[in-house]
Design a binder for this molecule. Structure first.
Ligand code: PLP
Length: 297
């Protein structure tokens, strides 16, 4: 994609029930969501004209809002339908889908329980989250200074915009040192995830991934676990300490934007993208394709 600023892309954005011209989808500067991070969002991908696991994403959007103390004034079915209509209107087969909901500008106190809740959806073409050449060789990750917060400190299971503050700081710091991203530990010092994707390791034909008890249990993470199990590959969801990274052979990230991306380095640790990375990349890319109708015999 050319480096056109995001507010200058073409087409339409769905906003509060209507399709508005991309350039006219605006909010006021005194929006609660902007000042206090009272917003939640989703990241979805369409493949071949269909949005993968759309309803699961929309349900998570509703659940994130519930955790943040607000109710989105559009049902899951209405948001699903608006995503599908917008995808058609934008004319894309393969695209990235970004629904977002936020507290409006009716009140700017920290407490704003009666603010209107707004909702918007934007769809654009976002081919590869990481540099495609780097991606095949395995990307390089730094280890972030910030840690994923204790669930008693922040709403860890909501896909809440505010939680991305430490992700942006960590990713910028990693990029400034020449890395593609950063692996984050959690508040206990256990391996957690990357700044926008979950993490898996492999050794002796088995997958290992941290328990999602203080970070997003990604839809891609759950898909990868299902796909691995369907192939008879064992998956251990467990505590992983950073020192253990030395003993793993392979590593990959997974998320809607990142899909399945092999990792070659994390700080001092080295991995070699191998058969498990390859299998999970292929199985995932197969799983996201729209189900083709089976021809009648
Ligand atoms: C911090 C973080 N963790 C994990 C994920 C993976 O989630 P999903 O697979 O549902 O996209 C994402 C992506 O949205 C993310 O931003």
């Amino acid at each position: 994609m050319a480096s056109v600023p995001f507010d200058q892309l073409d087409g339409f954005i769905w906003m509060d029930g209507e399709f508005v011209k991309w350039s006219e989808a605006k909010i006021h500067v005194l929006t609660h969501g902007l000042h206090y991070g009272s917003s939640v969002f989703e990241g979805e991908r369409a493949y071949g004209g269909e949005i993968f696991k759309l309803t699961e994403h929309t349900e998570r959007l509703h659940e994130s809002a519930r955790i943040m103390g607000f109710k989105i004034p559009f049902s899951v079915a209405e948001i699903d339908e608006s995503c599908r209509q917008l995808l058609k209107k934008q004319g894309f087969q393969d695209a990235y889908v970004r629904p977002i909901a936020w507290r409006g500008s009716d009140s700017l106190g920290v407490s704003a329980p009666n603010s209107r809740i707004h909702c918007a959806i934007a769809i654009w073409q976002w081919p590869s989250y990481f540099d495609p050449e780097q991606r095949l060789k395995g990307i390089r990750l730094d280890i972030a200074e910030y840690r994923r917060p204790d669930p008693r400190t922040a709403p860890s299971h909501a896909k809440a915009s505010g939680l991305y503050m430490i992700c942006t700081i960590s990713k910028h710091a990693a990029e400034a040192k020449g890395y593609s991203d950063a692996m984050m530990l959690d508040w206990r010092g256990q391996v957690a995830e990357a700044t926008g994707a979950n993490i898996f390791f492999a050794r002796d034909g088995k997958l290992h991934t941290p328990k999602a008890d203080c970070f997003l249990n990604g839809i891609t993470r759950r898909t990868v676990i299902e796909l691995a199990k369907a192939r008879g590959i064992e998956v251990a969801e467990r505590v992983i300490m950073p020192e253990e990274l030395e003993d793993f052979e392979e590593c990959f990230l997974c998320g809607t934007a990142a899909e399945v991306t092999p990792v070659a380095e994390i700080g001092p640790y080295r991995f070699r993208p191998g058969p498990l990375c390859e299998t999970m990349m292929e199985d995932y890319m197969e799983a996201v394709q729209p189900r083709r109708a089976v021809a009648a015999e």
